[in-house]
Write a protein that binds this ligand. Structure first.
Ligand code: NAD
Ligand code: DAU
Length: 354
């Protein structure tokens, strides 16, 4: 079996759901269920014997050690993190605790477990760390896309904390020989994306008749990848990646934020027109910029394509249409996230449990 941390978050949940669509290998999910963790994302696995969910912190060495001993995973895939740049600006401490200190404790627990494995299991074991392109900083127009050897220049507390975690993972390979793999991916979008991030926020605000807040001039560029393509890249790196290597993952889909918002509005105009017949883009409101806002990200994904044969399956046009449709079809999920009802459900579900 494999141990997946952060399995109730956006990408972790998509990864687990996609895993079971392809494998019968069991998954132990470990998630602290912060505001971003939502067990409703995994509701379809409720009675699935292949899936075990444990609520807990990657930094809880006692718990993680117990889980490793009990379930003896062949791999650990680390999605757990505080992931929202704006929140890291308002309150960096949780980012330091989970992304740096938590990853450190997780690495220590995993190292102790791995050291005690028999030779063959030890050789086959993998620790895959899921990271971000934001560790590389910001690109100017015309700069070449981030390659794996681009220098680290993180600009936000979030990206600095992810950069620190990447360095720890690297050090555990070089110093202790822990068989690690790291992926640095660009912006994801798709089902179960928490509506604090650009694309889901624009969809839910548009439908609710609220303003669509675009930071600054809206000309910041991100390189968008459909979440299921990120999941396929992680499976590919887990299976075939060279130990100690870093693989950049991206969709070759550079878009300015304002263009993204226009695309979402146009799709909603087509799929769920406003009652008054006016276009959704009338709701766009330019607001104060994010402090220290990175101007452009772009990923050079040639290494993973060349070495491992990975390529995204979705274009931006197909992926964004599926995404908008998913939000239209899953208003119940959106309502529960917005009202906080999913949290009450979590409290209820966990009341009285060990
Ligand atoms: P998310 O915020 O949706 O999910 C994070 C999950 O981690 C949540 O379920 C949360 O409850 C859990 N978590 C937080 N702290 C924890 C802790 N101490 N112990 C255990 N669980 C904890 O984030 P996401 O967008 O799914 O991102 C997952 C990973 O992928 C992160 O490491 C992020 O840096 C990375 N990443 C994200 C993107 C993106 O566009 N979303 C792109 C590249 C890389
Ligand atoms: O690049 C990968 C990263 O992508 C991940 O590591 C992060 O976990 C993930 O959150 C994402 O970070 P961004 O800051 O790029 O994503 P976000 O959706 O917050 O913002 C995308 C762009 O849209 C960014 O330039 C800021 C802008 N924005 C965002 C929001 C929420 C707006 O203009 N208005 C908004 O309301």
């Amino acid at each position: 079996m494999i141990l997946v941390t952060g399995s109730a978050g956006f990408i972790g949940a998509n990864f687990v759901l996609d895993w079971f669509a392809r494998h019968d290998e069991a998954v132990v999910g470990l998630d602290k269920l912060t505001y971003a963790g939502n067990l409703e994302n995994l509701a379809s696995l409720k009675d699935d014997p292949r899936h075990i969910f444990v609520r807990g912190d990657i930094g809880d060495a006692e718990l993680v050690t117990k889980l490793l001993k009990q379930y003896r995973p062949r791999a650990v895939i680390n999605f757990a993190a505080e992931s929202h740049v704006d929140r890291s600006i308002h309150g960096p401490e949780d980012f330091i605790q989970t992304n740096i200190v938590g990853t450190f404790h997780l690495l220590e627990s995993v190292r102790a477990y791995w050291s005690g494995l028999a030779d063959e299991e030890k050789t086959d074991f993998r620790f895959l760390h899921v990271s971000t392109d934001e560790v590389y900083g910001s690109l100017a127009k015309g700069d070449p896309a981030f390659s794996e050897t681009h220098r680290y220049e993180p600009n936000s507390p979030y990206s600095a904390s992810k950069a620190a975690s990447d360095h720890l993972v690297r050090a555990y390979h070089h110093t202790y020989g822990l068989p690690v793999l790291t992926t640095n991916c660009s912006n994801n979008y798709g089902p179960y994306h928490f509506p604090e991030k650009l694309i889901p926020l624009m969809i839910v605000n548009a439908l609710a008749g609220k303003p669509l807040p675009v930071y600054g001039d809206g000309q910041q560029i991100r390189d968008w990848l459909y979440v299921k393509d990120h999941c396929s890249a992680i499976r590919c790196v887990l299976e075939k990646g060279r130990l100690g290597e870093v693989y950049n993952v991206g969709g070759c889909n550079e878009k300015a934020n304002l263009d993204i918002v226009h695309t979402v509005c146009a799709l909603l105009d087509e799929l769920r027109p406003r009652a008054d017949g006016k276009p959704y883009r009338e709701q766009i409101a330019f607001v104060a910029d994010r402090p220290g806002h990175d101007r452009r990200y772009a990923i050079d994904a040639r290494k993973i394509e060349r070495e491992l044969g990975w390529k995204p399956a979705e274009t931006f046009e197909t992926g964004i249409r599926k995404t908008v449709q998913w939000y239209l079809d899953n208003q119940g999920w959106v309502n529960n996230v917005q009202s906080g009802n999913y949290r009450q459900w979590v409290e209820k579900n966990y009341a009285g449990r060990d």
